[in-house]
Write a protein that binds this ligand. Structure first.
Ligand code: FES
Length: 159
C-alpha cells in the first residue's frame, strides 16, 4: 500500500504551500509535519515528502541529516529536545533532562510505551542568553522550567 498523509496533515501542508513561492521551499516544515504524523522519517516517509514537494530523495536526505530536529528513528508524538551545551547546562538543562527521565520513566531517545513522549539532550540551540532552552514540535522554549514540562506532559499541548 502506498503511504500517504492523513487528511489533517495534508490540509496543513496545503496551507503551508500557499505561503511559499514554489513547492520545494517549505521542505523543513513539511518534514516536521511528516515526523509528527509518522513518528520518524523512515525511508518511505522521506519518499512521500520528496514526491509531495517534487524533490529528489537525496535533497530530502540532506535536510534530514543536517537538522537535529529531524529523526530517522522513532520519537514520541511530543519529542523534547533540551539543550545540554554549557550555558544551558549551567542554567539547569541537565536537571531538566533528569526530570524528564524521572517523569516519563524512560531513558533519552526511548519512546514512552504509549507512544506519546520522548526526549534527548541536543547541542546548542542558539538561545544561550535565555538558557535553559528547548525545541519541541517546531517551537523554541527559553528559560525553560519544570512547570512548563509538567504542563506539556499533562495536557499534551505546548500552550
Ligand atoms: S548553550 Fe543552550 S542554547 Fe546555546
Amino acid at each position: 500500500m502506498t503511504l500517504s498523509f492523513s487528511a489533517a496533515t495534508q490540509k496543513k501542508i496545503d496551507e503551508i504551500l500557499r505561503h511559499y513561492p514554489n513547492k520545494r521551499a517549505p521542505l523543513i516544515p513539511v518534514l516536521v509535519l511528516a515526523q509528527e504524523e509518522f513518528g520518524e522519517l523512515r525511508d518511505d516517509v522521506k519518499r512521500l515528502v520528496a514526491t509531495t514537494l517534487e524533490l529528489t530523495p537525496s535533497e530530502v536526505q540532506e535536510a534530514v541529516t543536517f537538522y537535529s530536529q529531524l529523526k530517522e528513528r522513532p520519537v514520541g508524538k511530543i519529542h523534547f529536545q533540551v539543550c545540554k551545551t554549557l550555558s544551558c547546562d549551567l542554567a539547569g538543562g541537565e536537571e531538566i533532562l533528569e526530570y524528564l527521565r524521572e517523569k516519563l520513566g524512560v531513558e533519552a531517545n526511548v519512546v514512552t510505551p504509549d507512544g506519546r513522549f520522548s526526549y534527548e539532550g541536543v547541542e546548542c540551540l542558539a538561545s544561550c542568553d535565555t538558557a535553559p532552552a528547548m525545541f519541541c514540535r517546531g517551537r523554541y522554549f527559553e528559560k525553560l522550567t519544570r512547570d512548563q514540562i509538567d504542563a506539556i506532559i499533562r495536557t499534551g499541548r505546548l500552550e
